[in-house]
Design a protein around this ligand. Structure first.
Ligand code: AHR
Length: 365
């Protein structure tokens, strides 16, 4: 009964907000259309400033440059000037912190909860609590493995498996064009946070390509999406596998660390496998340093992961405020970056994706 009342109240508040927005619009229209008829003008009543839309945002952490850019995108979108109050909570990579944040948002009776979940499983209970309180939950970036899709309103983010398939298709075509036999490819995968959508999708993308193309997948090791772990893990892998010649890093920060380890071991990161270089493949393409590394051919290919998701979440909330139903899943647009034009485009799932060569001008911009 209590839950029902709560939900009903929420619905009524949303209806009121829609109604108020409609009244404001009507008032504005009548004011505008009446401007030339001076005699009919009546002094406008001063109405109180509209209440901001309150959003509780549980970000999973600050492990990478991508994550900082994603947080920034949300903060610059949901400003007081734009009519929002954003309550930001950093989960510091711990699901327990994120669950606590969601419960606090429920107590604060926010209008919407945005959740960027650290890993996919274990969200059912708290999502049910948000649903019972009548608060829509919008998932950002990563997904949840919920038993029931109605536990969240919708999701905005990247297709991580597609990202993995795009860069591995680039590798396939690159090696074909350079006359390198698949049996000569020996890959290690420095994975992201285990259980995170980005890790699951990108790991799947590589495993599938390795199997289909006959590449040797030497090892899959967690790197937590951080530079420190990327360096640490790569140093160990270099010691273990002498023939290792491709490292697939599940984000750029891991790649920065892996490159440090390669250079510390007296080896060279680069695309020239025939000359004994170690090819680095990565994801994100957010930081200038990553672009410079592609330009210098220290990173051979980056599958772009787009952190600019704030505007899409705003669009979703706009729809909900107007009483419309947003798409359940909305994907961001993402490209690919490389050092040279050996592979101008890749074809995955019957669709072509252009590959952009990084230039000095692009870096300056
Ligand atoms: O979920 C997106 C991934 O998470 C980004 O690729 C990575 O950099 C981040 O930490």
């Amino acid at each position: 009964m209590y839950k029902f009342t709560e939900r009903r109240e929420k619905e009524m508040r949303l209806q009121n907000r829609i109604l108020k927005a409609g009244i404001c619009l009507l008032a504005a229209v009548s004011l505008l259309t009446g401007c030339d008829k001076k005699s009919e003008m009546v002094p406008a009543e001063t109405s109180p400033a509209p209440k901001p839309v309150v959003i509780g945002f549980s970000q999973l952490g600050a492990e990478s440059d991508w994550r900082s850019a994603n947080t920034q995108s949300m903060k610059t979108t949901f400003t007081a000037e734009n009519g929002y109050q954003l309550i930001f909570e950093d989960g510091q990579q711990k699901q327990s912190n994120q669950i606590r944040a969601i419960r606090t948002f429920i107590q604060q009776d926010v209008d919407y909860i945005v959740l960027a979940p650290v890993t996919e499983t274990g969200w059912d209970t708290v999502l049910q609590e948000a649903k019972d309180a009548g608060i829509p939950v919008i998932l950002l970036d990563r997904q949840v493995d919920a038993t029931d899709d109605s536990l969240f309103t919708c999701w905005v983010g990247s297709d991580f498996e597609l990202e993995g398939r795009k860069v591995t298709e680039w590798l396939r075509q690159y090696t074909i064009r350079k006359g390198i036999d698949p049996s000569e490819i020996h890959i290690v995968n420095i994975q992201g946070t285990i259980g995170a959508s980005a890790q699951i999708g990108r790991t799947k993308g590589l495993a599938r390509a390795a199997e289909e193309n006959g590449w040797e997948l030497l090892a899959e090791v967690p790197g937590d999406f951080t530079q420190t772990k990327g360096r640490e893990v790569m140093a160990e892998l270099l010691n273990m596998y002498e023939d290792l010649n491709v490292v697939y890093c599940e984000n750029d920060n891991e790649a920065f660390g892996a490159i440090e380890a390669i250079e510390a071991a007296g080896k060279k990161a680069g695309s020239d496998l025939q000359a004994g270089e170690i090819m680095v493949i990565s994801f994100d393409g957010v930081k200038k340093e990553a672009m410079e590394y592609v330009y210098e051919d220290k990173i051979s290919c980056i599958g772009e992961c787009n952190p600019e998701q704030g505007a899409m979440v705003q669009e979703v909330i706009g729809k909900l405020e107007r009483g419309e139903t947003p798409e359940k899943f909305s994907y961001v647009q993402e490209g690919m970056l490389t050092h040279d034009d050996t592979v101008p485009e890749v074809m995955v799932g019957g669709k072509k994706y252009p590959v952009t060569v990084v230039t000095g001008e692009m870096i300056q911009e």
